[in-house]
Design a protein around this ligand. Structure first.
Ligand code: SF4
Ligand code: SF4
Ligand code: FES
Length: 247
């Protein structure tokens, strides 16, 4: 079978030259067996335009840096094979995050801010005792925590989220997933009320409209639907307890 001629329509923008408005530029490339968008973009930069900006580190769906809109859908470029794409593919940077240039966005500032706002660390008064043997955790619970820990902070769930696109402070499914991770962990001693203050608002779990684009778009398959439902349930209960205590 003859190799396909592929067209990549890529958003170009350089914040250092703001007078030049963002535009789409077409690049052509002959498809090769086993070609991924990682290979495509590197070839384009090496052979056609050294100024093309995009991010990759691991090439193996681990680092989360290559999230972008591929024909309008957020996904990792390194795990996307060209054989799954049509002859013409549009590549855009993920929205919501600060655009650094072309396909490169800054997800780090966003995720750091959400980590600080959700206080994504174990809250306990226990003092670490290096000589005491480690406590055991129930295997099933450890698996659940591990599942939530698998987030690679690629931003795909945020880029495709209607709420995150219009509300800059919304913590999104990735933020809720992180909160779920600590709520499940028995070592975290935060009370329902303390969690409610962190996530029981329109910027937290109650801002979610529940159409589940995040669940469809997570490239590592974190069960975001269940994580959102779990936190929403806990927060509804916390709200109910708080209103009863006020009476
Ligand atoms: S279900 Fe909620 S968090 Fe997920 S994409 Fe929709 S609004 Fe965003
Ligand atoms: S939850 Fe999934 S889609 Fe969202 S940032 Fe983490 S890995 Fe990416
Ligand atoms: S390059 Fe690391 S996830 Fe794609």
């Amino acid at each position: 079978m003859e190799a396909r001629n592929l067209t990549f329509r890529i958003l170009r923008y350089n914040p250092e030259t703001p007078d030049v408005k963002p535009y789409l530029q077409d690049f052509q490339l002959v498809e090769e067996p086993g070609m991924t968008l990682f290979i495509v973009l590197n070839k384009l930069r090496e052979e056609q335009d050294p100024s093309l900006r995009f991010d990759f580190v691991c090439r193996a769906s681990i680092c989360g840096s290559c999230g972008m809109l591929i024909n309008g859908k957020p996904n990792l470029a390194c795990k996307t094979l060209t054989k799954t794409l049509p002859d013409v593919t549009t590549l855009m940077p993920l929205p919501v995050f600060k655009l650094l240039g072309d396909l490169s966005v800054d997800t780090g500032v966003w995720f750091r801010d959400v980590s600080l706002r959700t206080e994504a660390w174990i809250h306990t008064d226990e003092v670490f005792q290096p000589d005491v043997p480690e406590g055991k955790m129930d295997n099933e619970l450890a698996q659940k925590i591990y599942e939530a820990e698998r987030c690679i902070e690629c931003g795909c769930c945020i880029g495709g989220c209607a709420t995150a696109n219009i509300k800059p402070n919304f913590i999104g499914a990735a933020g809720v997933n992180r909160v779920a991770r600590f709520m499940m962990d028995p070592r975290d001693k935060r009370t329902e009320q303390e969690y409610f203050e962190v996530v029981g608002s329109e910027d937290g779990v109650f801002g979610c409209v529940g159409l589940m684009a995040c669940d469809d778009n997570c490239p590592v398959g974190i069960p975001l639907r269940s994580q959102l439902a779990y936190v929403r349930r806990q927060m509804a209960l916390a709200g109910w307890h708080m209103s009863r205590n006020k009476k």
